[in-house]
Design a protein around this ligand. Structure first.
Ligand code: ADP
Ligand code: MG
Length: 232
């Protein structure tokens, strides 16, 4: 199974959610994590895949292109004078991986460009008929970003796996609590998880992953109980 992980923006928690999915996937079989385009990282620096391994454990990792500039992959390729991602190479890799679960983390949000022709993560998911998990924030403003992302997926005929909150505060305010119901309304389905604030520093990340992701994703998180606790 190939699952694409995108988010409403950069820094929303895609890598940490990918690591949580990987940690639970490892309880059932082998896991590969693919980062088609890594930006903002020098050749000898740890990228997102290193963070996934730190948090989740022994997954196989595959990074196709890397750029030092902290820009979209297309802009970074232009500025850094490096080749863009070759989608055929990516598809060949993804279709050939032997792992039970294959996770693909995008760069930034759904419509970030990987080349000058406008290749996006949505194109990649559509080409492989794979579903997309959207990592969202809980804060004021997330409803618009989430609605735009879901509309873009639907417009392209790409299937939605569900929404996961990348970071849920221990003392959520009215906007965060109220957003739960509206996020579920936008997605037309229950949330698939909420990682607590501080999850990447937890001593037992796998236990946090299990408690924060729904059974559909291998965890024991209960959307109904979560909503009942926080819905204002
Ligand atoms: N649940 C969380 N609690 C605390 N910090 C988090 C949480 N999720 C992500 N972060 C931090 O926020 C930053 C961005 O998260 P990351 O997963 O790298 O986002 P993205 O992959 O979407 O850019 C990182 O420094 C990460 O450690
Ligand atoms: Mg990331």
């Amino acid at each position: 199974m190939v699952l694409f992980v995108t988010g409403t923006s950069t820094d929303v928690g895609k890598t940490v959610v990918t690591a949580a999915l990987a940690a639970l996937g490892l309880e059932r079989g082998s896991v590969a994590v693919v980062k088609p385009g890594q930006t903002g990282v020098a050749a000898d620096e740890p990228g997102d895949l290193a963070e996934v391994v730190r948090l989740a454990g022994p997954v196989s990792t595959h990074e196709l292109v890397r750029y030092p500039s902290a820009l979209s992959p297309a802009a970074a390729a232009r500025l850094d004078g490096r080749p863009v991602l070759d989608p055929a190479t990516l598809y060949e890799l993804l279709l050939g991986l032997p792992d039970d679960l294959v996770l693909v983390e995008g760069a930034g949000g759904l419509l970030v460009r990987f080349d000058e022709d406008g290749l996006t993560l949505a194109d990649m998911a559509r080409a492989l008929r794979a579903r997309v998990l959207v990592v969202v924030g809980p804060h004021l403003g997330t409803l618009n970003h989430t609605a735009l992302t879901l509309e873009a997926l639907a417009h392209r005929g790409v299937g939605l796996e569900g929404l996961v909150l990348g970071s849920w505060p221990s003392h959520p305010g009215l906007a965060e609590r109220s957003n739960l119901r509206d996020l579920e309304m936008l997605a037309a389905r229950p949330l698939l998880g909420a990682l607590p604030l501080g999850a990447p520093a937890a001593p037992d990340f796998r236990a946090v992953a299990r408690a924060s992701l729904a059974p559909q994703l291998g965890g024991s998180w209960d959307a109904k109980a979560f909503r009942a606790r926080w819905d204002p």
